[in-house]
Design a protein around this ligand. Structure first.
Ligand code: GCB
Length: 596
């Protein structure tokens, strides 16, 4: 799906700003707004809300912040007649997690999946003059959604049964219109989609899909806007002489300017290749070492909402600490962030929103709850496939994306995991024009002895907490336990690259101790040293992404102190002691050829 841009043939109109907002009945998963048809007229008794942002932290009170179920957004716009002479689209960059859109009281579209854009042509809904757009959004996750999660029934003293979340992923369930809402126009005959695949000799293969009849011509421009190559036809190739490659930390970007009839669209692209070969992860044919983080889209006040200043700050801190990469744990991040990563040369493992696809995580981890074979019960497959289709459709041309992650910590230790994930792997491989490597990130109970998906993936991405959730406070035990697992992988998958996509220790900024004890800043440093002492010895260990870049909001629980505190930075982006350790460590690890 093309990102909305202005060009000589296209207009973009932002609908961001202050909207009207109303909670539907808390914990009534059906909501009363539909039975009472709130969308038919202007919403009553509303509060102000800002789009884009998560709604949760913008007003006070538990009933508001922890609202479960439907919420209603509404805005009124006035439209000039010229707009309706073009093809007019309404695009919502993210509505988390399920949305129904009404225009002037009429149902226009709906979408399930809270982290990717969707759009609808609105010429038949919009009038010249005043119009009302109403969006109902539901934040409920269950065993059919991606992310997945559970609910349990609670009976109140008055006999009323309500649902409360149970077994949700470890990040606060921020929701709402978290990214931009826009109208945009195209000519009636228009460019639908562009696929770009580059080779490092400067060959650019492209494939352009259009609606209507007309000739297609393309021009490649360099970063200064200078013309460097041209071609024609829908499916062809051009050659850029002496190309400047897209490199980690040097994100050189070209533009493919496509003209079709009266429509013009400009798609940014980089020239680079990625491949997994002989136990190495090659970028432009050179062995790359991942230094970076698992992240979240998370910030005070705006929650998971679009926050471009924070994106730039985070990338600046990543450069300061000598990092080169991150994973979009645990859902696709905003298009603006991905475009910035392209320009900044930050390498991205792009994860679809499949987190929580495990129906007895507690049982597997500590023997708590019931043992359920996830793959016999869970119904996420249709949504999971849609999530992969939408992710690849959105992000396929980004040079920053070097690998797809199809899920985080699903029940990969259970029988059936291989069949479930093989289908998704085949789908992603088929859809991606660049045929990037693909991974499935596994948790601590998915070991060399029982992991069902290790043979499918191109890279083993492991989330491991030796010295935290196991060997807690006993760092001297880390060596033996970690070595035993790593030796297991060397035996089972001798030539497969391994990245630690998560490892970390909760650390409350300002807690210090002369003897490093858990939660102190000193313990966090010692924790990483103990892990690195083992990992460094393995030639196929090709990347380290501590969990997490920054402290982040979670739901409440006895394991969380106002959120997850495993950040290398605090939530307001101040370095903890360990940040200085990583800055020093990573200054000595080059992007390329670290592991020969
Ligand atoms: C994990 C999860 C991540 C959690 C983290 C933790 O394995 O992938 O979402 O936040 O552990 O801190 O427990």
């Amino acid at each position: 799906m093309l990102y909305p841009i202005m060009s000589e043939s296209r207009q973009v109109i932002s609908l961001n700003g202050v909207w009207n907002f109303k909670l539907d009945e808390n914990q009534n998963l059906d909501g009363v707004g539909f039975t009472e048809k709130w969308y038919e007229k202007k919403l009553e008794n509303t509060m102000n809300i800002v789009v884009p942002a998560s709604f949760n932290d913008l007003h006070e009170g538990k009933e508001y912040r922890d609202h479960v179920g439907w919420v209603w957004y509404e805005t009124e716009i006035s439209v000039h007649k010229n707009l309706l002479e073009e093809r007019l689209m309404l695009r919502l960059d993210a509505a988390t997690h399920t949305a129904k859109v009404y225009i002037n009281g009429k149902f226009a579209t709906e979408h399930k999946g809270g982290f990717v854009p969707f759009e609808v042509q609105v010429n038949d809904f919009i009038n010249v003059g005043k119009n009302r757009i109403t969006v109902a959004i539901n934040n409920v996750l269950d065993w059919t959604t991606i992310p997945a999660g559970g609910y349990k029934d609670i009976t109140l003293p008055d006999g009323k049964v309500i649902k409360i979340p149970s077994g949700m992923p470890d990040f606060f369930n921020y929701a709402g219109l978290q990214r931009s809402v826009r109208l945009y126009t195209t000519p009636k005959e228009y460019i639908k989609d562009i696929e770009i695949v580059s080779q490092i000799d400067g060959t650019i293969n492209y494939n352009i899909r259009t609606e209507g009849k007309g000739d297609i011509s393309v021009e490649a421009l360099d970063e200064s806007g200078k013309f460097v190559a041209k071609g024609s036809g829908a499916n062809s190739s051009i050659k850029v002489d002496n190309p400047i490659l897209w490199q980690p930390c040097e994100g050189y970007m070209y533009t493919l300017k496509v003209a079709f009839g009266s429509d013009v669209y400009e798609e940014p692209f980089g020239i680079r290749t990625v491949e997994v070969k002989d136990g190495k992860f090659l970028i432009n044919n050179k062995p790359f070492y991942f230094k970076g983080f698992g992240k979240h889209e998370d910030a005070p006040v705006s929650g998971r909402g679009l926050n471009e200043a924070m994106y730039l700050k985070d990338f600046s801190l990543m450069k300061w600490i000598n990092a080169n990469s991150f994973r979009t744990s645990h859902y696709p991040y905003s298009e603006e962030l991905m475009r910035l990563a392209d320009k900044e040369g930050i390498v991205v493992i792009d994860e679809c929103a499949a987190v929580g696809v495990h129906m007895s995580f507690g049982f597997s981890l500590i023997g708590g709850g019931e043992k359920i074979n996830t793959w016999e019960k869970i119904q996420t497959m249709p949504q999971h496939k849609q999530a992969i289709e939408e992710l690849v459709a959105r992000d396929k041309n980004h040079p920053c994306v070097v690998m797809w992650s199809l899920s985080n910590e699903s029940a990969t230790e259970d029988e059936g995991a291989k069949e479930y994930h093989q289908e998704l792997f085949n789908l992603a491989r088929k859809l991606d024009p660049q045929k990037r490597p693909i991974t499935i990130v596994t948790h601590m109970m998915s070991m060399p002895s029982n992991c069902q998906i290790a043979d499918i993936v191109d890279v083993l991405c492991l989330n491991r907490y030796y010295g935290w959730y196991v060997q807690s406070g006993e760092l001297w035990q880390v060596e033996a336990a970690l070595k035993s697992e790593m030796d297991g992988w060397s035996k089972r998958c001798p030539n497969k690259p391994i990245i630690f996509t998560e490892y970390g220790a909760d650390t409350v900024a300002g807690f210090h101790d002369s003897t490093p004890v858990m939660f102190s800043e000193e313990y966090q440093v010692e924790y990483y040293k103990a892990n690195h002492a083992v990992l460094e010895k393995y030639p196929t260990f090709i990347g380290e992404q501590p969990w997490n870049f920054a402290d982040f909001a979670t739901s409440q629980g006895i394991f969380r102190v106002q959120g997850n505190k495993k950040g290398v930075f605090t939530r307001d982006r101040k370095p903890k002691l360990v940040a200085h350790y990583f800055k020093e460590r990573w200054s000595k690890i080059p992007n390329f050829d670290y592991k020969k």
